[in-house]
Write a protein that binds this ligand. Structure first.
Ligand code: ARG
Ligand code: ZN
Length: 875
C-alpha cells in the first residue's frame, strides 16, 4: 500500500472562510526565473474571534510578511502560511519570488513562447502568491505589472487600464483595476510581444466596448473568425438571455501552451491557440465550429461564472453545466438545431456515458474529491448541460427565461450553489405546484451518478384503438452509491404510422408530440384513437440523458429512419440499425440490403440538408459499439465495422460516386454552416467509397479518386478528408500524401498537431510502431500539451490499435503518462481514463489493462492527480 494516499475533500465539510479580503493589490516585477510578487491584502474577520489566518500557497519563495506595516510571526508548510493571531481588520503585505520559466505545470504564472501568462482555475493562484484560494473569497483587484520594454510591450490584466508609463533601465509598467468583485481563479496576467486585432461593439444600452484579440506575431488575420464569433456571442446573449457585457474592454489572448481549451478570466480570456486561430488553409470546419462555440462559452461565463460564481468547487457544474447549455443554444441558433443536437448527443455518449458507467463515475455535483482538476469532466460539463436542458424542457422557454433572470439578478456578485439556482425556478413557479414539484425534484439529477436505463414496452389493441405503454427506469449502482432512486425523466413522445408519418393529431402545441414525465420506477399510459398500427417515436430530440430500450420489431426503426419528423430520432434509428448489424456475429445480408436502401433514400432526399446526411453517413464508431457489447472485444468490433462499411460501399458504389461528383465545389471558402455541411457530405461520401477499397474490383480507380481529392483540396477540411480516404489505401499513396502534408505545413504547429493525430488514429497494423517512432520525432514535444495530446490521445482513442492483444498499446500509454506526470500532472491525469474501464473488456485485454493501471500506481513518484484516478480505476 502506498503511504502517500491523499485525503479527499468533502462537500459536507464546507465552512465559510473566517476572513474576507475586500481588496487585493498585486505588484509584479516580471523576470523569467525570478519574478517578484508583492501582495497587499485588506483583510476582515468574519468568523470566530480566535480563528488564525491560514493562506494557501505552493512553490513560493517567501521574502517577507507584515501586518499593518509590522513584521509578524508566522509558520509555513508546503501548502499553508499561518498567522496565529491577527486583528479583526488589517492589511497583510507579503512578497514572494516565483519561477515562471521553469513552471511546466502550466498552472499559476508560466512562460509560453517567451511570453508570460497565467492559468488560475481551479487552484493555480496559490502558485502566484499566498492567498485565500477558494471561489467564495471575492475581492476587488488592482494590479501593477512591471517588465522590460524589450520583449514585453504588452502588459495585460483584468478590468480597465488605469495608467501606463516608462521606468528607468528600459522598463515600463501598467496599472489595471477590475471594478467587479471576483474570486482569484478569475485573475489573469499576460505580458509579451503580441499582435492585436482590434474592433468594437455597441451593447444593448448603447455603451461602446473595445474588443481586442492578442495573438502571435503575424497571426492577426487568423483571429478574424474568433472576433466575428465574439460579436455574435455578445449579441446573442443580449437577445436570448438579456445579458449585457459590463466592462469597456474585452480582451482575448491566444497561447500555444495550455492545459485545456480556454479560460474565462474577467475581461481577459485566455485561449489555447488551437481554439482561436483559423484560416481556410490551416483550420478544418470542425475547428471553426469549435472556435465559435468556445468563444461563446468563455464569453457567456461573464454572467454564468463571473458575475455569479460558485461557492465551492463541488458546485462547478453551476457555472459549467449552465454555460455549456448556453453555448449549445448559441451554436444551435447559428448552425441548425437538429444537426447541433445530434452532435451534442454524439459527444455526450462518446465521453460521458462511459464515464458514468465505469469506476470514475461521479455525480454532476460530486460529494468528494482529491484533486478538483480531475473533475473537469464530461459529467460536470455535458451532463450538467443536459440537466439545465431538462429544466428548460419542463419549465418551457418563457418560465425558464424568468428563472434565469431571477437567478442572475438575485445572485449577482455572490458565490452561489445549485440550491440557489433551483430556488430561482421555485420563485417563478408559485402558480404551478406540479411544475414546481417537478423542478425541485431535479436536484436528484445533480446528486445521483449513473445513466438511467429506460425501457418502454408497448401493446396496441387494434379493436379498441389504444396503445398502452409501460415505462420502466433503473439506474445501476455506481461507486459509493449502491442504491438509486427514480429520477424525473422528461420523455417526448409521438406516434407515427408504418411509414414514419405522424398519426393522430394530438392537442399539443406541435400537434404531433407531447411530453411525458416518468417520475417513478414504473408508469403506464394509454393513448387513445390510434387508428393505424403505431410506430413509437420516443425521447424525441433526446429529451433526457438516458439509455432507451424500445421493445419493438426492427421494422419500426426502419419506419423512423424513413420518415420521422424529428431529425434526431431519424438519425437515432439509423444508428440503432447500423449498430445491430455490426454487432451480429454473421452478417445479415437482407438487413444490410434494407439499410443500404434506407441510406440511399436519405442521401437522395432533397429536403434534408447536407450536414444531416453527413451525420447519417457517419455510422456508429467502434467506441459506440463497445457500449453495447459485453464483454468488449475490440478486434471483433473493428472487423465487423470495417466489414459493414465495405458491404455498404460495394452496394452503393454508383450512388456514392454520382452524388460525390454532383456536389459542387465552391471556388471560395466560407466557414458558414451550409458550406461546411456541403464539405462534410462530400468527404463522408468519399470515405464510404474508399471503405470498399479492399474488396473493390477497381482499387486503382479509388486510389486515384482519393489522391485527386487530396491534391485538389483548397482548404484544410478537404485535405484531411483526402488523407482519411487514403488511410483505406495505405502504402505509398498514403505515405506520399502524409509527406507532402508535412513538407507544406512544417512551420505551422497547429497543422503539425493534426499530422501527428492523423497518424495515431490510423487503424493500421503498424500504427503502434509508427506512434512510438513519432514520439521521438524532432517535432514531438511532451511539454506542449497540444502536441502531446495529438499523438497520445489520438492513439488512445484508436480502439483496435490501442487495444493490441499483447498489451503493447497500454504500455506505451503508461510510459507517456508517467513521463508527463513528472512535470504536468493535470494533463497527464486526463489520459488515465482510457484504461479505467478494464472490467468491461474481454481477455486478454482486461487483464492487460489492469496490469497497466498497476504499473501506474506502483510508480515511485506520482502526482495526486494521477494517483486519484488510477486508484479509483482499480478500486
Ligand atoms: N473554466 C474553464 C472553461 O470551462 C476551464 C478551466 C479548466 N480548469 C481545469 N483545472 N481543468 O472554460
Ligand atoms: Zn467553462
Amino acid at each position: 500500500m502506498r503511504t502517500d494516499t491523499p485525503q479527499p475533500i468533502k462537500l459536507s465539510d464546507y465552512k465559510a472562510p473566517d476572513f474576507l479580503i475586500p481588496a487585493t493589490e498585486l505588484a509584479f516585477d516580471l523576470a523569467p526565473e525570478t519574478t517578484r510578487v508583492k501582495a497587499r491584502l485588506t483583510i476582515k474577520r468574519q468568523g470566530a474571534a480566535d480563528a488564525p489566518l491560514i493562506l494557501m500557497g505552493e512553490r513560493l519563495k517567501l521574502i517577507s510578511v507584515a501586518i499593518d506595516g509590522q513584521p509578524v510571526d508566522y509558520t509555513t508548510t508546503d501548502e499553508t502560511l499561518t498567522i496565529a493571531s491577527v486583528p479583526d481588520q488589517f492589511v497583510l503585505e507579503t512578497e514572494v519570488e516565483i519561477d515562471p520559466l521553469n513552471n511546466k505545470t502550466l498552472e499559476g504564472l508560466y512562460m509560453s513562447s517567451g511570453r508570460y501568462c497565467t492559468q488560475c482555475e481551479a487552484e493555480g493562484f496559490r502558485k502566484i502568491t499566498w492567498y485565500l484560494d477558494r471561489p467564495d473569497s471575492l475581492s476587488k483587484y488592482r494590479v501593477r505589472i512591471e517588465a522590460p520594454k524589450a520583449g514585453f510591450p504588452h502588459l495585460l490584466s483584468n478590468g480597465n487600464l488605469l495608467e501606463k508609463g516608462d521606468l528607468p533601465d528600459g522598463k515600463h509598467y501598467a496599472l489595471w483595476e477590475d471594478p467587479f468583485f471576483k474570486p482569484c481563479y478569475l485573475f489573469a496576467l499576460v505580458a509579451g510581444e503580441l499582435d492585436v486585432l482590434e474592433d468594437s461593439t455597441v451593447t444593448m444600452s448603447g455603451r461602446t466596448v473595445d474588443l481586442k484579440i492578442y495573438v502571435d506575431t503575424g497571426m492577426r488575420d487568423r483571429a478574424a473568425y474568433a472576433m466575428d464569433a465574439l460579436k455574435r456571442s455578445m449579441k446573442w446573449d443580449e437577445e436570448v438571455y438579456g445579458r449585457e457585457y459590463d466592462l469597456d474592454l474585452f480582451m482575448i489572448v491566444a497561447v500555444r501552451d495550455f492545459n485545456f481549451g480556454a479560460m474565462e478570466n474577467k475581461g481577459l480570456n485566455v485561449f489555447n491557440a488551437s481554439l482561436l486561430l483559423a484560416d481556410p488553409t490551416t483550420a478544418t470546419d470542425a475547428d471553426y465550429e469549435r472556435i465559435e462555440s468556445v468563444i461563446a462559452h468563455e464569453y457567456f461565463h461573464n454572467w454564468s461564472g463571473n458575475r455569479v460564481t460558485c461557492r465551492d468547487w463541488f458546485q462547478l457544474c453551476l457555472k459549467e453545466g449552465l454555460t455549456v447549455f448556453r453555448d449549445q443554444g448559441f451554436s444551435a441558433d447559428m448552425r441548425g438545431h437538429a444537426v447541433a443536437r445530434i452532435k451534442d448527443v454524439r459527444a455526450l455518449r462518446a465521453r460521458q456515458f462511459p464515464e458514468d458507467s465505469g469506476p470514475l463515475a461521479h455525480s454532476v455535483r460530486p460529494s468528494s474529491y482529491v484533486k478538483i482538476d480531475n473533475f473537469y469532466t464530461a459529467t460536470i460539463y455535458e451532463k450538467g448541460a443536459e440537466i439545465v436542458g431538462m429544466l428548460k424542457t419542463l419549465a418551457g422557454p418563457a418560465v425558464y427565461r424568468q428563472a434565469l433572470d431571477h437567478y442572475f439578478e438575485h445572485n449577482d456578485g455572490t458565490a452561489a450553489t445549485l440550491e440557489d439556482f433551483l430556488a430561482s425556478f421555485h420563485a417563478v413557479t408559485a402558480d404551478n405546484p406540479q411544475l414546481r414539484a417537478d423542478l425541485s425534484a431535479m436536484i436528484d439529477w445533480y446528486t445521483q451518478a449513473g445513466t438511467p436505463q429506460v425501457r418502454i414496452s408497448q401493446h396496441y389493441d387494434a379493436a379498441a384503438k389504444t396503445l398502452t405503454l409501460t415505462c420502466l427506469q433503473v439506474t445501476a449502482p455506481t461507486p459509493g452509491q449502491p442504491e438509486k432512486k427514480p429520477l424525473p425523466i422528461p420523455i417526448r413522445l409521438a406516434v407515427l404510422d408504418e411509414d414514419g408519418a405522424p398519426q393522430a393529431p394530438f392537442n399539443t402545441p406541435d400537434n404531433v408530440s407531447w411530453l411525458f414525465i416518468l417520475r417513478d420506477a414504473q408508469a403506464e399510459m394509454v393513448i387513445r384513437n390510434i387508428e393505424m398500427p403505431p410506430v413509437l417515436s420516443a425521447l424525441r430530440h433526446f429529451s433526457a440523458p438516458v439509455t432507451l430500450h424500445l421493445d419493438e420489431p426492427q421494422s419500426h426503426a426502419f419506419a423512423r429512419f424513413k420518415g420521422d419528423s424529428d431529425p434526431f430520432n431519424r438519425w437515432e434509428a439509423a444508428q440503432g440499425l447500423a449498430k445491430a448489424i455490426m454487432l451480429d456475429e454473421i452478417p445479415d445480408e437482407a438487413l444490410i440490403d434494407a439499410f443500404a436502401q434506407g441510406l440511399e433514400a436519405t442521401l437522395r432526399d432533397d429536403r434534408l440538408d447536407d450536414a444531416f446526411k453527413a451525420l447519417i453517413l457517419g455510422l456508429p464508431t467502434e467506441a459506440d459499439l463497445a457500449q453495447s457489447q459485453s464483454p468488449i472485444d475490440p478486434a471483433f468490433l473493428h472487423h465487423n465495422r470495417k466489414r459493414f462499411k465495405a458491404a455498404l460501399s460495394l452496394r452503393l458504389h454508383d450512388t456514392l460516386r454520382d452524388l460525390y461528383n454532383a456536389l459542387p465545389v465552391a471556388n471560395t471558402f466560407s466557414p458558414d454552416a451550409a458550406s461546411a455541411g456541403n464539405r462534410a457530405l462530400r468527404n463522408a461520401l468519399l470515405d464510404l467509397l474508399l471503405a470498399g477499397f479492399d474488396l473493390s474490383q477497381n482499387p486503382g480507380e479509388l486510389t486515384l479518386l482519393a489522391e485527386a481529392h487530396f491534391k485538389a483540396a483548397t482548404n484544410m477540411t478537404d485535405m484531411i478528408g483526402g488523407l482519411i480516404a487514403l488511410t483505406h489505401v495505405q502504402g505509398a499513396p498514403y505515405q506520399n500524401a502524409l509527406d507532402a502534408f508535412y513538407a507544406r505545413f512544417r512551420h505551422e504547429p497547429l497543422v503539425i498537431d493534426k499530422w501527428f493525430s492523423l497518424q495515431a488514429a490510423a487503424p493500421h497494423p503498424d500504427t503502434l510502431a509508427r506512434v512510438q517512432a513519432l514520439s521521438h520525432h524532432p517535432d514531438f514535444d511532451a511539454k506542449t500539451p497540444n502536441r502531446w495530446r495529438a499523438l497520445v490521445q489520438g492513439f488512445a482513442n484508436n480502439q483496435s490499435v490501442f487495444h493490441a492483444p499483447d498489451g503493447g498499446g497500454y504500455a506505451f500509454l503508461v510510459e507517456q503518462i508517467l513521463a508527463v506526470d513528472a512535470f504536468n500532472p493535470m494533463t497527464a491525469a486526463r489520459l488515465v481514463e482510457p484504461l479505467s474501464r478494464y472490467r468491461f473488456y474481454a481477455q486478454p485485454y482486461s487483464e492487460n489493462m489492469r496490469q497497466a493501471l498497476q504499473m501506474i500506481t506502483a510508480a515511485p513518484k506520482l502526482s495526486k492527480n494521477v494517483l486519484e484516478l488510477a486508484t479509483k480505476a482499480l478500486a
